[in-house]
Each structure stands twice: as structure tokens, then as C-alpha cells.
Design a protein around this ligand. Sequence first.
Ligand code: TYD
Ligand code: MG
Length: 451
Amino acid sequence: MRGKTLYTCSDCGGTSPKWLGQCPHCRAWNTLTEGPAPAPASPAKRFAALAAPQPVATLADIEAADVARTPTGVDELDRALGGGIVEGGVTLIGGDPGIGKSTLLLQAAEALATRLPVLYVTGEESAAQVALRARRLGLAGQGVRVVAEIHLEQIAATLEAENPRFCVIDSIQTLYSDTLSSAPGSVAQVRECAAQLTRLAKARGMALVLVGHVTKDGQLAGPRVLEHIVDTVLYFEGDTHSSFRLVRTIKNRFGAVNEIGVFAMTERGLRGVGNPSAIFLSTHGEPVAGACVLVTLEGTRPLLVEIQALVDAGGASPRRLSVGLERDRLAMLLAVLHRHAGVASSDQDVFVNAVGGVRISEPAADLAVLLAIQSSLRGQPLPRGFFAFGEVGLAGEVRPAPRGQERLKEAAKLGFSVAVVPKANAPKKPIAGLTIHAVERIDEALAAVRP
Ligand code: TYD
Ligand code: MG
């Protein structure tokens, strides 16, 4: 008799007994793949699940101890983690190939090994390759235990024997478990291996880091499944052509999200950048048309990022492309620019870019994007030492950005001298060296920079 099959969604891991074009759970299209159905649990097992009731406590009576964190010793990583690793805490770190995940974790393993037993499980590279990287990085490697293994059951046995307090799995996509017949890297395997390892980490009080690859469309493979399972999700981003890398916190059960760690990739590995505010500015001698500096807030730190726009005569269907900014937001801003400021661009190609491979998701970038677009359209540079921030609404209003004073102070500290900001963010008393145009509507903002 043919075994039963089950169709599993590669996005959310949901299942369906028959093939469907659209996943019934997460509504993604063409994500169901065929696989063998797991054998039904035996009746004995099913009844075991109905065993004695568990003791239930009242929330107020439960002792809420703050989690103890161990700093990894890599400061910028600790910042992203919310202070350090946590006993039994599971972290997923995702990013493009070659961005520096293995390098960062090897550095963290080395720094932690002086205080804790550390195990580095490599599934992608041989132990010799890991050793070679450690030598290149100038790491002593004393105390960092390494095993090249991709078989989950073997890894579980190794964890039993080694009993590490900190364990790195590089990467989760290379592992496979005997309990499933699908290939390593399939959603079922990734989910099963991550779930088993998470259970082990919680049971042993071991801090676990899973390295995850990113698929072509920028998601962690088997993304939503893994994000549910783990406590913390970090995302490595940056342009592989520039040396700067950001580690961004997407989810953190033990700390704040949207915190970032900033690194520079050097020939001796990743170095933390303690004061990163000015690294995403390109260096123009003279101001150029189509460039506007944005003060964005990443976690607790303001960052100055240059937004570039290029507006050029387009063909029959003009293109709107953005790198590091949301494309839908760009389309919306162009419509607002047309309706509320009379600046038409419907027959133009519009490209916008955030310098340095940084990804900006906060709406406070709107004003800088609009000013860069207008500057490119007119071929007129913004004033020397200029910057902007503020959200733009569909009615053409300029809305305040959170923590405006900090943004203004950081820009002033770096020598910027003139700004367009939302009225509600205007400082109560003047900031030395800073000329501020406080605006309520986008036409005011555009008029403020017109020569
Ligand atoms: P790696 O950590 O292997 O990336 P991942 O694990 O995310 O795939 O990083 C590889 C890149 O980093 C590679 O292109 C070389 C570069 N690199 C340096 O520039 N300096 C170094 O000291 C090391 C170890 C790597
Ligand atoms: Mg790697």
C-alpha cells in the first residue's frame, strides 16, 4: 500500500492533506510541497497526553527573576542581544552568505570560552576550515570545542557528552534528523532540527545560536517557523561591497527590538564600531543634487544616512526603484508630492538609495526622500551641512519623528548646520550652530530649501 502523503507549506510549515495552489494557513502561493505524512500517534501515546493535571499557579505568586545575561565580550553583539547570552536562550542569526555570520560567532565563541564551556558545531565547513579561519582572525582557540557534524541525533549525543554552556550551530539548514526522510534544508528538517535543539537548550540551560541562511527574496529559509521557535532573531545586513555590517534585532524575548550592532569587516575579522553615526555618509567635496542626509534612529542610537535620489526621463512605463527603502512607500511619497506640492514625476524614472547598504524602515525617512527627489528633479543641491527627518502623511502633512531632540543634537555634534524638521520636533531653545526650519506641510518643506 502507498504511504499517505502530506503537503507542507515552505513558508509557514502549515500542512494540507491535498495539494492546493495557496497555503490555507498563511495564504502564500505555490508553497505547498509533497512529503510523507508522519505515522499517527499510537492510542497509548494519545492517552499519555491526557495524564494527571499539572499544578497551575497564580501570576502574582510566581517569582519573576530577571534573566541572568552573560556578555559575549563582543560589545556590539551584546548590544544587539540586549546585554549578552541567556541561559537556555535560543538565538537565530540570519544573513546572506559571506556577510560574516561564521566570523562573528567564532569571535564570540573565543571571547566566551575563557568563562564558559563552548561548542561550535560546523555543518558547512570542515573543522580544519574553521581552524584556518580562527588562525586568520588571530584567535588562540583555547577552550573552543569544535565538531563537524550534520546529524541531529549525533549532535544531541555530543551535547550530552560535552555539556557546553554556549553552543553554535552553523548552520541549521545543513542538519538532518533520522526521524524525517526529507532532505537537509527542507522546511520539515529545518523545523524539526530547530525544535529538537531548542528543547535540548531549554532542558540543559544552554545558550544556543542557530545560523540561518537567507533565501533569494530575503527571508530566513523556513522563516516563520523558526521565528516562532526561537527567543531572539538577529539579522545581519549590509552591503558586501562595503566593509560595514549591521546586526539588527528583529525579535527579542529578553530585551529591546530594533537595537543594532555595527561592525566593520577587517582582515582580522569583525571590529565593533562604537560611534557609528557618520559611517553611512558618502563624501562629496561640494553638495551634489539628489542627495539629502537623514538622521534616523536605530534602536537607541541616531545614525546619519545619506539618501540619494535620481530622477530621469523614463519610457512608457517609468520605473520606481529603491534600495534600502520601501518601494511602496516611495510610490506613496511621489503621489503626495504630486497632489500636495504640485511636483509631477509621472513620466520620470525615480531611483532612491540609502548609502552603505543600510535598510531603513522608519517613516521618519520620508522628508529626506522627498527633498532628495526634488533636489534631483531640479538639478539643485541642498545647502551645505543640510539634513532632514520627519514622516509625511497622505494629506501632505509633516508628522513628528520620535526622539527628535536626540537626532538634532547628534547632527549638530557632527557639524551639520541647517535642517528641515517637523514643527513638533523643533527645539524649545535654539541649538548652537543649527538653523532649523520647522514645517507642518510638505510644500513648506520644499519652499524652505528653494534658493
Ligand atoms: P563568513 O563569516 O564566512 O560569512 P558567512 O558565515 O555569513 O557566510 O565571512 C566570509 C567573508 O568575510 C569572506 O568574504 C571573507 C571575509 N572575511 C574578512 O574580510 N576578514 C576576515 O578576517 C574573515 C575571517 C573573513
Ligand atoms: Mg558561514
